[in-house]
Design a protein around this ligand. Structure first.
Ligand code: MF3
Ligand code: CO
Ligand code: CO
Length: 265
C-alpha cells in the first residue's frame, strides 16, 4: 500500500487559506477584463498587481526561470502559455493559472474564460472539463486513493469523447509549489496513494477535443496539443479532511450546485 503523509499543520493550513484566498480574488477580478482586443500580457500584469496589492507573492515569477505571474493558455495551448502581446479575438477560450505564495505557503488555481462568445464546441469542452474536476474532487476523502480521483476524471472525459492529457498532472502543494505526490488525471480505482487528513494537493485536469498527445513550443514553456485541437483546464487546491475535502480555492461565484453532479450522472 502506498502511503504519503505530508500532513500540513494548522499554521501551515492557515497560510495556505490566505494564499488561496488571494488567488481566488485574482480569478474573480480578471474575468471582466477578458475581451477581444486585450493582450495576455495586460491580463498578466493585472493579476500580478492584484496579488502584490493583497499581500501575496506571485510565486511563478522566477520559478525555473519563468518571468510572469500567470500562465495564460489560449485555445490549442494545453498549459504553461506565456503571456505576451498577442491580442485576444472573439471566440478565444483561455485558461488563466495563478499561484500565490503567502507566509511561505502556496495556493494554485486556474479557470477558463472566453473573449466574446465561445463556439458551442468550445463551451462544451470547457463545461465537461470543469465537471471532470468536480467529479475528481468528489472522490477526495480519507480512505480513497488518487486512483479513484484519476478514474473519475478519465471516465467523464471518455463519456463525452474527449482525451485526457497524460504528460502533465496535479501535485502536492504547501511550502513548495510542487510537492509529491503526482496527481494524474487518469487511473484505476483503488490504486495509488491513499488519501489521509491534512494532505494538500491540486487537481487540474486538461482535456483535449482531439488526441491526448502534446508538444512543447520552442519557447520552452508553451505546451500545445499535437493535433492543434482545443484544450481546456480547470484547477483547484484541495485539503483532505476527516469528513471529505475542503476546496481551498473555491470561488464564491462557483456555487455548490456541483455537489449534485455525483448523483445526476
Ligand atoms: N500553475 C502551474 C501548475 O498548475 C505551474 C506553473 S509553473 C510556471 O502547476 F513556472 F509556469 F509558472
Ligand atoms: Co496552476
Ligand atoms: Co498546479
Amino acid at each position: 500500500m502506498l502511503k504519503v503523509t505530508h500532513a500540513k499543520s494548522e499554521p501551515m493550513l492557515a497560510a495556505m487559506r490566505e494564499a488561496s484566498d488571494i488567488a481566488v480574488g485574482v480569478l474573480e477580478m480578471i474575468g471582466s477584463y477578458v475581451r477581444p482586443g486585450v493582450t495576455t500580457a495586460t491580463l498578466d500584469r493585472l493579476c500580478h498587481d492584484h496579488i502584490v496589492d493583497h499581500g501575496g507573492v506571485p510565486a511563478c515569477v522566477g520559478y525555473l526561470g519563468y518571468r510572469h505571474a500567470t500562465c495564460i493558455s489560449v485555445n490549442e495551448v494545453v498549459c504553461h502559455g506565456v503571456p505576451d502581446d498577442r491580442t485576444l479575438t472573439d471566440g478565444d477560450v483561455l485558461n488563466i493559472d495563478v499561484v500565490v505564495q503567502r507566509k511561505g505557503m502556496h495556493g494554485d488555481t486556474s479557470a477558463m474564460y472566453v473573449a466574446g462568445t465561445a463556439s458551442n464546441e468550445a463551451a462544451r469542452l470547457m463545461r465537461v472539463t470543469q465537471e471532470s474536476l468536480y467529479l475528481g474532487i468528489l472522490e477526495v476523502r480519507a480512505g480513497k486513493t488518487l486512483g479513484d480521483v484519476g478514474a473519475a476524471i478519465q471516465a467523464h472525459a471518455r463519456t463525452h469523447g474527449y482525451s485526457v492529457v497524460r504528460d502533465f498532472c496535479g501535485h502536492g502543494i504547501g511550502a513548495a509549489m510542487h510537492e509529491p505526490p503526482q496527481v494524474v488525471h487518469f487511473g484505476q480505482r483503488g490504486t495509488g496513494v491513499h488519501l489521509m487528513p491534512g494532505m494538500t494537493f491540486t487537481i487540474e485536469p486538461m482535456l483535449n477535443a482531439g488526441g491526448c498527445d502534446v508538444e512543447a513550443l520552442d519557447d520552452g514553456w508553451t505546451v500545445v496539443t499535437r493535433d492543434r485541437s482545443l484544450s481546456a483546464q480547470w484547477e483547484h487546491t484541495v485539503l483532505v479532511t476527516t469528513e471529505g475535502c475542503e476546496v481551498l480555492t473555491l470561488r464564491p461565484s462557483e456555487g455548490m450546485d456541483w455537489k449534485a453532479l455525483k448523483t445526476s450522472r
